[in-house]
Every structure is written in structure tokens, then in C-alpha cells.
Ligand binder design. Structure first.
Ligand code: AMP
Length: 445
């Protein structure tokens, strides 16, 4: 199958040729004809599967072929994204695909001044990429009207709910024209997502092309058990031993990001951090420098790193495991993208055993453990497996400590490609319940 056989027009084919896309990915093969046919779509697809082109290409084609010229302060298509970084990234991809088309595109998000965005919207834009909060602000300040909207795309809808955007989505829903095309992309089809789809979509086609652990098949994953207080030391040790060149590191909290970056910089290591407390311009600069290899180690919280597309990223390190098991899949999805292979290493301490167990249950695989000599934990990480069981062994009587260090039992584990360990396609089940359209306060990450 080629992009031409999917019915895409010549200016789009030319852009794809420049980008080196030869064959449509599975999500593109399903989404492109459905969107071109004007249908609503509900697609299970993660970042890394090519979903952006899956919705953007047919959307650009429809906007080029049909519909009136965009009016002042209006948008003809709206793509909603959970984070500023994802909005920037989606916008960059859309602009690349649209390079030979007479369409205008723009991205708006919070954390930066609203005035330039209001100015830019005066003439109207064909495709607007937006985060929910800023979109509502612009709408309420009359900088944006949505009565000309033909198509709405909800990108990473599950993440928008996870981030507490359900109230904003309900508000946006009320601002939209009834007659429109709606496309919903989500890593999972949880009950909440189905409820959202029921409210927003009209007789949708469904596409479920990417199994939940799609990233895992191209990513070698393993776990290094370690005591919590020794994580920074182990990280530096592994980094030097493995001669890591470009690593995206995930820490649980903003403080955790700052502490690790300080420690690394103190050792003369070229590291930077991104999290929600940092201004957007600083985050973007850190990301750009990481992408261009001017920064070697980028430490991030989940919210800052969601959806980032970094070409050929070889390694992701979970300095801390994520509290929400699904974030593990998103994190390791930063590597092993577009057919490349990657590695994902998780430093796991005894406190995190329940998170490890939840991840193994979700991905239906028992992650290989590799004990690092001299870093064997004093607080043992209980055994876990894909059934969700945490096996707590009875405590052994204490032995007198051996002197000299470096001792202890060494278990180097077995190097298993995760694909071997996880042949089954995991079920699509919500990991936690998230209320839809509630009115509670937004959770901060
Ligand atoms: P996405 O899932 O949309 O974030 O895309 C993941 C990566 O795959 C991006 O770097 C895209 O540029 C790339 N990509 C998307 N579709 C294709 C394709 N058909 N062939 C090659 N690369 C692609």
C-alpha cells in the first residue's frame, strides 16, 4: 500500500516524499480513508505509531478541497492536545505536511502571553492546535469563534482526562457547532474514553491498530533493583559504564528533576531538566538542545515529556517509576520509534514494588531484573510477575555484614527482548478510574 493508493492529493504526496515516508503505518492505513470519507473516528493509537499524520493528512486534504475560506477570528479545524509540548510538536508536523498547501496553521497554549496569540488569530487560521485551558481563554475573550469549525481532533484524549481536563472538554463541547467531524485518538479505550466518545462522536468508525505494548516490542526493557538513596549514584555509574550518549530520564516530581540535574551538573555532566514549573521558553530551549545533542541528559516529569518526538532516541531511563502504570508505556514509547530499536531501564527501589507490579500487569510481562554489582539493595524489592502478585518472602534472620564491600549475591539476570516475554496483546482496561466531565479541581502533576 502507498499513500497515493489511499487517495491523497499530490501536494501532500510531495511533502511525504521530502519527509521520507514511504509506506503508511497501520493507523494511517485505517484513519486516512475513514477521515477522507467524512466519518467520525475513534482510534486507539499511541504516539510513535504515526497517528499525527493519520489524522493530519486527510484533514489537510479535506480543508483544501472543500469548505469556505476561513473567517476572521475563526478556525476551520481544531486539534486539542494535553500539553504545550505536544501541541508544538503536532503543529510542527501539521505544518510540514501542509508545506505545499495554501492553508494556515497555528498553535496556542498556556504559560506564554495570550496577546500575540490573539493578534495572530485575527485573520483566522485553517488549523488551530490548542491545549484546552488556553482555547477556552481565547474563546471567552472573543479572540476565537468556533462556528466555522468543520473538524475537531482530540489527540491523546486519555491523557487529557488524566490531567483533569474533563471539565474543560465539557465546556469546549458546548462551544462547538453540532454539525462537524470529530476524531478521537487515545492510547486506550477505557470506560471514561467511551463515555467521552459517546458524547462527542457521531456513529464513529473505530480503529484499534496498536496493541497497548506496541512500543515494548521494539524496546529492550529491564529493571535494576537498588536502594532509593543510591539511585543517583547508580545512574551515574550506569551512565559511565554504558557510555550513554543521549538519555531521556524520567523522575516523579519537579523536585526530583531539579535534584538529579543539580547532581549531574555538579559532576560536570551535561544535563538539563524540564517540568511544569519552568517557563515554556526554558522548556522548549532545553528540549531543542537535547534534540540537537547539545544536552546529553534530559531529566523530565511525565507531564513535560508527554508525546515528545525525538528522532532515534536510543535510551529512556526511569529514575523513578511512574505512579500511573500507563505512563510507563508512554515513557518507553519515546524510544524504539518508527521501527527503530531502543532500551528502557528502570531503577526500582523497594517502595516502588506496587508500581512495578502494576506495570507488569498492564503490559502482561515480567520485566527482567538485572542486579548491578555493588548496588544490590539492602531493602529487597519483592518478586513480582505479570499476574499482579507481589511475592513477599518471609524475612531471613540477619547475617553479620561481610566486610570489604562488593560482596553479596550477584544475579545478572537474563537479557530478554521484551517481545519474547510478551507475546500476548494486553487487554484494553483502564488502570484507574478518572471521572469524566466532573467539576473537581485540576490535578497538578
Ligand atoms: P507520531 O506517532 O505521529 O508521533 O509519529 C512518530 C514518528 O513517526 C514521527 O517522527 C513521524 O515523523 C514518523 N512517521 C509517521 N508516519 C510515518 C511513515 N509513514 N513513515 C515513516 N515515518 C513516519
Amino acid at each position: 500500500m502507498t499513500f497515493a493508493t489511499l487517495g491523497l492529493i499530490e501536494p501532500l504526496l510531495r511533502a511525504l516524499e521530502t519527509l521520507g515516508y514511504q509506506t503508511p503505518t497501520p493507523v494511517q492505513a485505517q484513519a486516512i480513508p475513514a477521515v477522507l470519507a467524512g466519518r467520525d473516528l475513534m482510534a486507539a493509537a499511541q504516539t510513535g505509531t504515526g497517528k499525527t499524520a493519520g489524522f493530519a493528512l486527510p484533514l489537510l486534504q479535506l480543508l483544501t478541497m472543500e469548505g469556505p475560506k476561513v473567517a476572521a477570528n475563526s478556525a476551520r479545524a481544531l486539534i486539542l492536545c494535553p500539553t504545550r509540548e505536544l501541541a508544538e510538536q503536532v503543529h510542527a508536523s501539521v505544518a510540514e505536511y501542509a508545506q505545499h498547501l495554501p492553508l494556515t496553521t497555528y498553535a496556542v497554549y498556556g504559560g506564554v502571553s495570550i496577546n500575540p496569540q490573539m493578534m495572530k488569530l485575527r485573520k483566522g487560521v485553517d488549523i488551530l492546535v490548542a491545549t484546552p485551558g488556553r482555547l477556552i481563554d481565547l474563546f471567552r475573550q472573543n479572540a476565537l469563534k468556533l462556528n466555522q469549525l468543520q473538524t475537531l481532533v482530540l489527540d491523546e484524549a486519555d491523557r487529557m482526562l488524566d490531567l483533569g481536563f474533563s471539565e474543560e472538554l465539557a465546556n469546549i463541547y458546548r462551544m462547538l457547532p453540532k454539525k462537524r467531524q470529530t476524531l478521537l485518538f487515545s492510547a486506550t479505550f477505557s470506560d471514561e474514553i467511551r463515555l467521552l466518545a459517546g458524547q462527542m462522536l457521531n456513529d464513529p468508525l473505530t480503529a484499534e491498530v496498536s496493541p497497548r505494548n506496541v512500543a515494548a516490542n521494539t524496546v529492550k526493557q529491564w529493571v535494576v533493583p537498588v536502594d532509593k538513596k543510591r539511585k543517583p549514584e547508580l545512574f551515574v555509574h550506569l551512565m559511565r559504564k554504558g557510555r550513554w550518549k543521549q538519555v531521556l530520564v524520567f523522575a516523579k516530581t519537579r523536585n526530583g528533576v531539579d535534584a538529579l540535574v543539580d547532581k549531574l551538573q555538579g559532576l560536570g555532566i551535561n544535563a538539563d531538566g524540564i517540568h511544569g514549573d519552568k517557563p515554556q521558553a526554558t522548556r522548549q530551549r532545553a528540549l531543542d538542545r537535547f534534540k540537537s545533542s547539545d544536552v546529553q541528559i534530559l531529566v523530565a516529569t511525565d507531564v513535560a515529556a508527554r508525546g515528545l518526538d525525538i528522532e532515534d532516541l536510543p535510551l529512556v531511563v526511569n529514575f523513578d517509576l511512574p505512579i500511573v502504570a500507563e505512563d510507563y508505556i508512554h515513557r518507553i514509547g519515546r524510544t524504539g520509534r518508527a521501527g527503530n530499536t531502543g532500551e528502557a531501564i528502570s531503577l526500582v527501589c523497594a517502595d516502588e514494588v506496587n508500581m512495578l507490579s502494576a506495570i507488569e500487569m498492564l503490559t502482561r510481562q515480567t520485566l527482567t531484573r538485572k542486579m548491578e554489582p555493588d548496588f544490590e539493595p539492602e531493602h529487597r524489592v519483592p518478586d513480582t510477575d505479570a499476574s499482579g502478585q507481589v511475592v513477599k518472602k518471609p524475612k531471613k534472620p540477619k547475617k553479620p555484614k561481610a566486610s570489604g564491600g562488593g560482596g553479596g549475591k550477584r544475579n545478572l539476570g537474563k537479557w530478554v527482548d521484551s517481545g519474547d516475554a510478551a507475546p500476548a496483546e494486553p487487554s484494553i482496561k483502564p488502570v484507574r478510574k478518572v471521572p469524566v466531565f466532573n467539576t473537581g479541581p485540576r490535578k497538578k502533576k
